[in-house]
Design a protein around this ligand. Structure first.
Ligand SMILES: [Zn+2]
Length: 271
């Protein structure tokens, strides 16, 4: 980053509070799975709408857990360094749980689209979340390693109603919002505390998939709080409206590269 860029980061450096939004442009892209020969073989074996389709998210979880040092782990570790010691709150639309690897305070993170950490009944019959049944997960791993056949696998079911047990994430028949509600109310309380504070709003790869969760409300927050400043970082949808043009920077960049550049900026990191 140049000296100009360093000047550009001034708002982030001087802020009293930092609100971070993470969007679909930062979602893990599953390349390790789609490029994997065994995975393609499995897809052929189970077919597009077969009764074994439930094992796909288990394989996704496997990939998330087996990832080693990659661009996402570096990005989240960069974000952790940037936010260390600051007063922040993070809203992430990503369903890959990678934000929880950033060594940040989990009580200051809300992931309203869910992820792979808990399961729920597809009908949300009891409004509770459950742990991942380790035997079902282990069996899928063994099937992946060719130690079990497809017919040995049993789909985990809800102990209450017998419905399908699914990962607590957007896309299930009745999404259990219980998975994030408590953190969301923490977030709302935190937001109340930003009034009249020097607030930096940092949007990382937030597009228009669920604009009512991050993009529109963040614009509103910056619109109301005249001490607020918005950094909108996105490879394509980086534009900001005229209403906040004087208090925002539209940054056309891959958000992961942006985080790396901040960390490499000594003037910023030695603040
Ligand atoms: Zn149920």
């Amino acid at each position: 980053m140049s000296a100009d860029d360093s000047e550009m980061l001034k708002e982030l450096r001087d802020a009293e509070m930092i609100l971070v939004g993470i969007g679909e442009d930062m979602q893990y892209d599953w390349h390790t799975l789609t490029e994997d020969e065994r995975f393609r073989e499995i897809e052929d074996e189970i077919g597009g709408n077969g009764e074994h389709i439930w094992i796909i998210p288990f394989l996704q979880k496997m990939v998330l857990q087996q990832r080693e040092d990659d661009r996402w782990s570096r990005a989240y570790s960069d974000l952790g360094r940037i936010l260390a010691g600051r007063n922040y709150y993070i809203v992430s639309l990503c369903m890959d749980d990678l934000i929880y690897e950033a060594r940040l305070n989990e009580n200051r993170i809300v992931t309203p689209c869910g992820g792979f950490r808990k399961m729920q009944c597809d009908n949300n019959c009891s409004h509770t979340l459950s742990e991942i049944p380790s035997d079902a997960y282990e069996d899928v791993l063994r099937y992946y390693r060719r130690e079990l056949s497809l017919n040995d696998l049993r789909e985990p079911l809800c102990p209450v109603c017998g419905g399908k047990l699914r990962f607590n994430q957007l896309g299930v028949t009745r999404y259990a919002e219980e998975g994030y509600r408590e953190r969301w109310s923490d977030y709302m309380k935190w937001l109340q505390g930003t009034v009249n504070k020097k607030l930096c709003v940092l949007e990382l790869g937030v597009g228009l998939e669920y604009p009512s969760v991050i993009r529109f409300p963040f614009e509103k927050i910056v619109g109301y709080n005249l001490k607020a400043y918005l950094y909108r970082v996105h490879s394509v949808l980086y534009q900001i409206g005229e209403e906040i043009a004087g208090r925002g920077a539209a940054i056309r960049k891959d958000p992961i590269d942006f985080l790396k550049e901040i960390c490499e900026n000594e003037q910023y990191m030695l603040k």
